[in-house]
Design a protein around this ligand. Structure first.
Ligand code: ADP
Ligand code: MG
Length: 655
């Protein structure tokens, strides 16, 4: 089979014939030529037929066979995006999502971010026109929040499924679920040649489509004894290859940015010292945080006479394909998250990689010609010290964030969630416990988000003090009406109660009149609320209600107004930071209550310094929401009992 590289070579020879074509046309033709040379190409029609026939299809193919870059293009060409439907393709790694999107945009001949785009955390490179979206698996997970049935997608491709990242595993469960009621949705699960039977099994025996590999033999060499310093061993091995072996590029697998940078520096320094005694060695790093223009360099063809060394994290194991690699150096390590549910500690540690990983790495040497893989460990270690395959991330990570996300998707019963490999029971329980302790879940294990209520409160506060109508001739009636709205906790909650009842009345004018509520102010609050809700939608903050318990609401107010805290001490309230004497406004629902700690919305001076709109809080929340502002000592309670009431209720003081 002809490889992409040799096809490019052929193109150069043929340039004479293409003289009639413009440069752009030539480039286009050469791209199409490369596309046709990929292993997946002969299976284009069969693959499309299989996708047509089955809702869920597992696609297995050697790295570099064209799964990620070609299949979405076939789908577009076959009409899957007609009428603006989208194809989504997930990648476990940011770098892969960006780089693959850039490549495909180029192949399709569009500007990146238009028809072809990518979306990764903190960077959305898509537009209204985007029909093919590469994204991290975490981003697709987030999209479930705004679009639980992924209605705008016609095809979802879970790529690099064999990586079994936490997010990919969660996606499996969610997608399997929505596929049941979205019969028009096509689901493709793409994987390197690993584990595909398990995917098929999980997806109710979905068929597996195998793209036959194109692999040249790879000779594997082990060290005789373990290496004490694998970084140094890598550097020496690269130089040895460079000096003794025929042309062909080198790929080195290290565990992270620091190691990679150190290795690159060492290589460059030694090359400088050797000077003209050796031919040119191009040293190129690739890791997640590398700026994208630097990342792109690894794909540039190596100039004749030179040799390229790519020093990579395991991103180059399957996510990215670099043409021209003949030699692989594998120290046998990777950085892995591990989690101890007993101590609650999560750590990132350098551990031996799995045999499956090691074999993937070796495979990178045999894509374009027979290659060599130098394993910097012993054959014995490969057999006895390495795990068969990598443990899925879900089984070795803190699940706090995932539990929160699933809960916000309305999935409450996590114990019975359809996991391909369930996380350890104790990890799940610990995550729930921690979230409960943080106040993120209530005693029923439900999410305590309260954006709905806080939205109303914010709107009501914005029309402050003009809600309640108190005509001079009906003071008693008005005050009684007002008392009827009182709920425990404070004035913010009273305002919420008023608004809720008004909504229930159908925004009635009559209701306002009967309850001594000013209709005009309510209408204004409603407008403000609508506007705020629109803003929240725009920044994708969900509007979620927490009806049974006011704690999350009061905590939310505390988070926003922690600097407006007053404490009851010796006969009255003092602000916490400035020890200023302040008074609860006689109109407040907490006037008689005198809670030890409260937060005020505003301070107004009439006859005294009055706190208007107060809400009762727990002092411990202050440390939780504003540890940068409060010290433990400031919040110690001097008295354990409520102070006797000193303030008299006199409306005359209001001024
Ligand atoms: P798979 O997903 O099956 O591993 P890909 O679709 O990623 O395969 O890659 C297919 C081919 O596309 C590769 O062999 C390579 O020649 C080419 N390719 C992929 N990404 C790039 C890139 N960023 N720059 C240049 N060529 C690329
Ligand atoms: Mg791929």
């Amino acid at each position: 089979v002809t490889s992409a590289v040799t096809m490019k070579g052929t193109m150069t020879e043929e340039q004479g014939e293409n003289e009639g074509l413009s440069q752009a046309e030539q480039k286009k033709e050469s791209i199409q030529e490369v596309r046709r040379s990929l292993p997946v190409f002969p299976f284009r029609e069969d693959l499309l037929a299989a996708i047509q026939q089955h809702q869920i299809l597992i696609i297995e193919g050697e790295t570099g066979s064209g799964k990620t870059t070609q299949i979405p293009q076939y789908l577009i060409e076959a009409g899957y995006t007609k009428g603006g439907a989208k194809i989504g393709c997930t990648q476990p790694r940011r770098v892969a999502a960006m780089s693959v999107a850039a490549r495909v945009a180029e192949e399709v001949g569009v500007k990146l971010g238009n028809e072809v785009g990518y979306s990764i955390r903190f960077e959305d490179c898509t537009s209204e026109r985007t029909i093919l979206k590469y994204m991290t698996d975490g981003m697709l997970l987030r999209e479930f929040l705004t679009e639980p049935d992924l209605a705008t997608y016609s095809v979802v491709i879970i790529d690099e499924a064999h990586e079994r990242t936490l997010h990919t595993d969660i996606l499996f469960g969610l997608i399997k679920d929505i596929a049941r009621f979205r019969s028009d949705l096509k689901v493709l699960v793409a994987s390197a040649t690993l584990d595909t039977e398990r995917f098929s099994c999980f997806f109710d025996d979905a068929p597996v489509f195998r793209i036959p590999g194109r692999r040249f033999p790879v000779d594997i060499f082990y060290t005789k004894a373990p290496e004490a310093d694998y970084l140094e061993a890598c550097v020496v091995s690269v130089l040895q290859i460079h000096v003794t072996q025929p042309t062909g590029d080198v790929l080195v697998f290290l565990t992270g940015q620091e190691e990679i940078e150190a290795c690159c520096e060492l290589l460059q320094e030694r090359c400088r010292r050797l000077g003209s005694k050796i031919s040119e060695l191009l040293v190129l790093p690739i890791y997640a945080n590398l700026p994208s223009d630097m990342q792109a360099k690894i794909f540039n063809p190596t100039p004749p006479g030179a040799r390229k060394v790519v020093v990579a994290t395991n991103i180059a194991e399957t996510s990215l394909t670099i043409d021209g690699i003949i030699y692989v150096i594998d120290p046998g390590f990777c950085k892995q998250k591990s989690y101890n549910a007993r101590t609650g500690m999560e750590s990132l540690i350098v551990t031996p990689c799995s045999r499956a990983s090691a074999n993937q790495r070796a495979g990178r040497a045999g894509r374009v010609a027979a290659g060599k893989c130098f394993r910097l460990y012993t054959a014995w270690a490969f057999k006895h010290e390495m795990e068969e395959s990598t443990v899925p991330e879900i089984q070795r990570t803190n699940l706090g964030n995932v539990v929160l996300l699933l809960k916000s998707l309305g999935i409450n019963d996590l114990i019975h969630f359809d996991f391909m490999d369930p996380p350890p029971h104790e990890t799940l329980v610990l995550a729930l416990e921690q979230l409960y302790a943080l106040g993120a879940l209530n005693h029923l294990g439900e999410l305590t988000k309260c954006s709905e209520e806080v939205l109303t409160i914010a709107a009501m506060l914005s029309v402050n003090n003009s809600i309640f109508y108190r005509p001079k001739d009906k003071v008693v009636h008005a005050d009684n009406a007002r008392m009827n709205f009182v709920v425990p906790g404070g004035d913010h909650l009273v305002l919420l109660n008023v608004y809720t009842q008004w909504v229930e009345s159908g925004y009635s004018t009559q209701w306002c009149y009967e309850n001594f509520i000013q209709f005009r102010s309510m209408k204004r609050a409603r407008d403000v609320r609508d506007q705020l809700e629109g803003l929240m939608e725009r920044i994708e903050v969900e509007v979620v209600s927490s009806p049974e318990d006011s704690t999350p609401i009061r905590k939310a107010v505390t988070a926003g107004y922690f600097y407006h805290t007053a404490r009851l001490s010796k006969g009255g309230y003092k602000t916490v930071k400035h020890q200023q004497t302040v008074y609860v406004h006689p109109n407040s629902s907490l006037f008689d209550e005198q809670p030890r700690w409260l937060i005020y919305h505003e301070l107004v001076f009439t006859t005294k310094e009055f706190m208007r709109q107060v809400i009762e809080i727990d002092s411990s929340w202050l440390l939780e929401v504003a540890p940068h502002y409060y010290k433990n000592k400031e919040l110690e309670d001097s008295s354990s009992k409520k102070m006797p009431r000193k303030q008299g209720k006199s409306k005359e003081e209001l001024g």
